[in-house]
Design a protein. Sequence first.
Length: 450
Amino acid sequence: MKIAILGAGRVGSSLARNLSNNNYEVSIVDEDKDKIDVLQEKLDIGCVVGHAAHQDSFKKLGIDEDTIVIAVTSNDEVNIIACQIAKKQFNAKKTICRFKDSEYINNLSIFGDNIIDIPISPEYEVTSHLKELIAHPGANQIEEFADGKVKLVSVKAKKQGELVGRELKNIKDDMPGVEAYIPMIYRKNKPFIPNGDTVIKENDEVYFVSGSDSVDRIVDEFRHEDASSRIMIVGGGKIGFSLARELENDYKVKLIDSNEAKCERLSRCLDKTIVLKGSATDDDLLKSENIDSIDVFCALTNDDETNVMSSLLAKKLGARKTMIILNNPSYLKLVPGFIDTYIAPYRLTVSSVLQDLRESDVAQDVMLKMDTGAEAIEGIVHANEHTSHLFGKSIDDIPMPEGASIAAIVRHGDVIMPSKSVKLALNDHLIFFLEDKNLMEEIEKFFKES
């Protein structure tokens, strides 16, 4: 499959790296020659120096009716025009368009019929993730499957947690009336699929799936966290502003930005949020704003160093929990243990794009950890040469590669946890956990139509 990526920024570069590693035929264009040279040196992809919305660039990329165009420059208007050219003049097979402004997403039809096939918004995804993590204290990662019916949650087990030292087979006794399943555990940053005899240890990062109404109950069993009420946000960009607007009616929110004009604009646009001009690495400012009473400190600027350093300072001065966005993949292995929660916007984008490129009936594809390659995937089971003989068999008897496990089944809208009594049926939605993305090809066989 031919993929043309327009824009070699953080998002485009991450897509190029991940898609080329997934054996796609990738090419990329950007006006910044230095960015293109770096990619050309590191990856086996086609590289073009040029404008993302110029026909000449499209010709050099070799865009045709077999090409999927992914427009991910930092300029919404450039992305839109590029998709129009790709469809109208080069008959591109599919267009995926990145938007920063949600107003565009809500009015796609104004750009023409069938021009933008799939809109994506990393900023919107990040805001949604941060909001949910704040709403569920103690959770490190929350993902949705089956239209929100199934929640996938990771939580680090603390010494005082009720389930630490317990075998997984006894969890139902510890949480009567709660349907949950643990398909994967990270121990010392390495994933493994547990069994009933596995004992939960302190500092294990435990992934569980459950219904959406059981998340807080389960998280409390691993580690008790008080509800959050005071939030401090650093960075008044699109993500910082959107998060403040989403939270200000339910929490006490303060927002810090160093740009005076931006602060004035934010003050006009936000109703209850206290907007402060200053540096988040100024300990006098943080102390004067009672940083020791802040429940969640969110560093959301475009500068990774500012996010990391301000969060370390906030934690030292007494902030209960820190969250940051992290754009540089090189920092992924540095922040665990120092920062409570970090979100990589490009990870969300890569997951979204990979899901849309699958040739099987995949409904959701989530990259759990960029540094280990673990993934979770939801797909619809079809009758084919790999599955037809499995219908009616117990879920436990389905042959799977080592490192893969079924985490949940959704059937006719009902969420079912794996057990020996559950038998595979046509059109089941299966949610798999994979220790390694290289297992994806084997698992996708379940979701391919004959």
